[in-house]
Write a protein that binds this ligand. Structure first.
Ligand code: P6P
Length: 282
């Protein structure tokens, strides 16, 4: 078992425990994370669980989380970047949440080109984990169950596409992105659930586009490069899709600080091309 295997196993086992106990940690905590977002108990509780499971692993050199302002040095090895509970705002309404893990081959900050693995856990009606790794040419999906985790299959983005979900209020978006969104919604079903992992799972399953563009509220975009955008871009590109910040692959975004944000688009290649055409000179 190599380091990435050990990280995968730790994320699977911790995710099992998180899913079974999430309901008792849903309340607001009142403090804010380094991105100035109000934390839920579950954000901090799950972050502590993932830290305890990942930081001691042989081959893990550092642990950086959306919920912690600084990186924790763990010795020699890969740099872990984690959103321990993506979409935790959905807990109050009992909608889907999940976990995103990026494994980088150098200390952070670093671009997504330094990713060697990315994992996305989704707590829906059941729990799945989707994994892309530099030592494998497939995107593997697992059904996480007590006792054993069943390989469900390989993800390839469908050729045709069926869903589109672009966050933010239309008044916040550029005219050209609004025109594209309106155009796409003529043919595609509108899907937006408030947690990137759940929205992206729709795109991975049915094909389409997920976007969180920049806005007045989030002039750099809302999603964090290290913990959300880059690892999810790694997954989508490995599954035959594409990603963009409006101009370039999200894997080429080179952040200069741990909690840097970016406009984020993920989905089928042709749709990403249309987004870049609409936003190219924005
Ligand atoms: P809004 C969750 O906090 C998150 O980072 C993503 O998972 C999700 O897509 C987005 O923010 C939701 O943001 O503005 O729709 O609540």
């Amino acid at each position: 078992m190599n380091t990435i295997d050990r990280i995968e196993r730790a994320v699977q086992e911790t995710s099992h425990y998180v899913k079974r106990n999430l309901g008792t940690h849903a309340g607001k905590r009142g403090q804010t994370n380094p991105s100035d977002e109000v934390q839920t108990h579950a954000d901090v509780w799950s972050d502590d669980l993932f830290f305890d499971a990942l930081a001691p692993l042989d081959g893990v050199g550092s642990y950086t989380s959306e919920e912690r302002s600084e990186t924790v040095d763990c010795g020699e090895g890969y740099a872990i970047a984690i959103d321990p509970l993506d979409g935790s705002g959905n807990l109050a309404s009992n909608n889907s949440v999940g976990t995103i893990v990026g494994v980088y081959d150098r200390p952070l900050p670093a671009s997504g080109r330094h990713l060697v693995a990315a994992m996305m856990v989704l707590h829906g009606p059941y729990t799945t984990m989707t994994v892309a790794r530099s030592d494998s040419d497939v995107v593997q999906e697992y059904l996480l169950r007590d006792g054993h985790n069943e390989r469900r299959g390989v993800f390839e983005l469908p050729e045709d596409y069926a869903v589109v979900g672009i966050a933010g209020k239309p008044i916040d978006r550029s005219e050209r992105l609004n025109a594209l969104a309106e155009d796409l919604q003529r043919d595609l079903k509108l899907r937006y659930g408030g947690a990137t992992v759940a929205d992206l799972a729709q795109v991975l399953e049915y094909g389409g586009l997920f976007g969180y563009p920049k806005s007045e509220v989030y002039p750099e975009g809302k999603l964090r490069v290290h913990f959300e955008a880059a690892p999810l871009a790694y997954l989508v590109e490995a599954a035959g899709g594409a990603s963009s910040d409006g101009r370039q692959s999200l894997l080429d975004v080179d952040p200069d600080e741990l909690h840097a944000r970016t406009p984020t688009f993920l989905g089928n290649v042709e749709l990403i091309e249309q987004v870049e055409e609409a936003l190219g000179d924005d």
